[in-house]
Design a protein around this ligand. Structure first.
Ligand code: COA
Length: 258
């Protein structure tokens, strides 16, 4: 039924696994379309009370949006791409049933944004987090500038956004970006253990907790629109073409500020 993800439901927990391990589980259009479908199916599945999102293989959760799909996009197309990503990740964040991220390796760019759209995160000890878009002459577009700031505070968020640096699992724990760190083999069991506790509680009360907690950060959404505009804008710059082109050609980017 799916080509880019796998979905299975056991003991009321749906596990959605992004399944492009040869491309570090990068989020191409196929993954995003199927993730969208899988989230809708999970929300309406009476057999499922909670979900885990993870990546296949041992190296990556998700290493970002698929950079190969960035080439040749216009400003408007860049903005539309951000809109699509933000809509899918908002659907995750606003799910009345809990969805948690089991971060099993690199969570970069759109991968970090996907993990942050989940209700909370558990990481394996080899996980690495970052928003390296600035290396590509770009900014995050799937909610990263907003959710990273909400989760770890403005100073730390801006440092990560403008350096493109990665942080390891221990630092992510210290920053409050993840709730727990486990050995890689123990990651999914730890997630299931927590979700079984949640599943023993009243589902409507759980849903209301999530809704109320999400409302704590609600504003007029201006930050997300600003991000979408900024992401689209980058597609009109020389530096973004250079940055994405250099990654795909496996060379170092040379930026000119144009
Ligand atoms: N988009 C498209 N392809 C990607 C990708 C992405 N975000 N991340 C990794 N890949 C691909 C690589 O191009 C490579 O493909 P190939 O084998 O066909 O050449 C494959 O996945 C393996 O990645 P590679 O870079 O060889 O692995 P590594 O272990 O040396 O490095 C990373 C791992 C995650 C550090 C590195 O892949 C990386 O920096 N990825 C991009 C991260 C990024 O900028 N994300 C934000 C995007 S907006």
């Amino acid at each position: 039924m799916y080509n880019n993800i796998t979905v299975e439901t056991n003991e009321r927990i749906t596990t959605i696994t992004i399944n492009r391990p040869d491309k570090m589980n990068a989020l191409n259009k196929g993954v995003m379309d199927e993730l969208d479908e899988a989230i809708i199916a999970f929300k309406t599945n009476p057999e499922a009370g909670a979900a885990i999102i993870t990546g296949s293989g041992s190296k990556a959760f998700v290493a970002g949006a698929d950079i190969a799909e960035f080439t040749g996009l216009s400003v408007q197309e860049g903005k539309a791409l951000a809109q699509r990503g933000q809509d899918i990740f908002s659907a995750i964040e606003n799910s009345p049933k809990p969805i948690i991220a089991a971060v099993n390796g690199f969570a970069l760019g759109g991968g970090c944004e996907l993990a942050m759209s989940c209700h909370f995160r558990v990481a394996s000890s080899n996980a690495k987090f970052g928003q390296p878009e600035v290396n590509l002459g770009l900014i995050p577009g799937y909610g990263g500038t907003q959710r990273l700031t909400q989760l770890i505070g403005k100073g730390r968020a801006i440092e990560l956004l403008i350096t493109g640096n990665m942080i390891d699992a221990a630092t992510a724990l210290q920053y409050g970006l993840v709730n727990h760190v486990t050995e890689p083999d123990a990651l999914l069991n730890k997630c299931r253990e927590i979700l079984h506790i949640v599943l023993s509680k009243a589902p409507l009360a759980v849903a209301k907790c999530i809704e109320a907690a999400n409302t704590a950060y609600e504003s007029d959404g201006a930050g997300f629109v600003k991000e979408m505009d900024g992401f689209g804008f980058c597609f009109g710059t020389e530096d973004m073409k250079e940055g994405a082109g250099a990654f795909l050609e496996k060379r170092k980017a040379v930026f000119t500020g144009k």
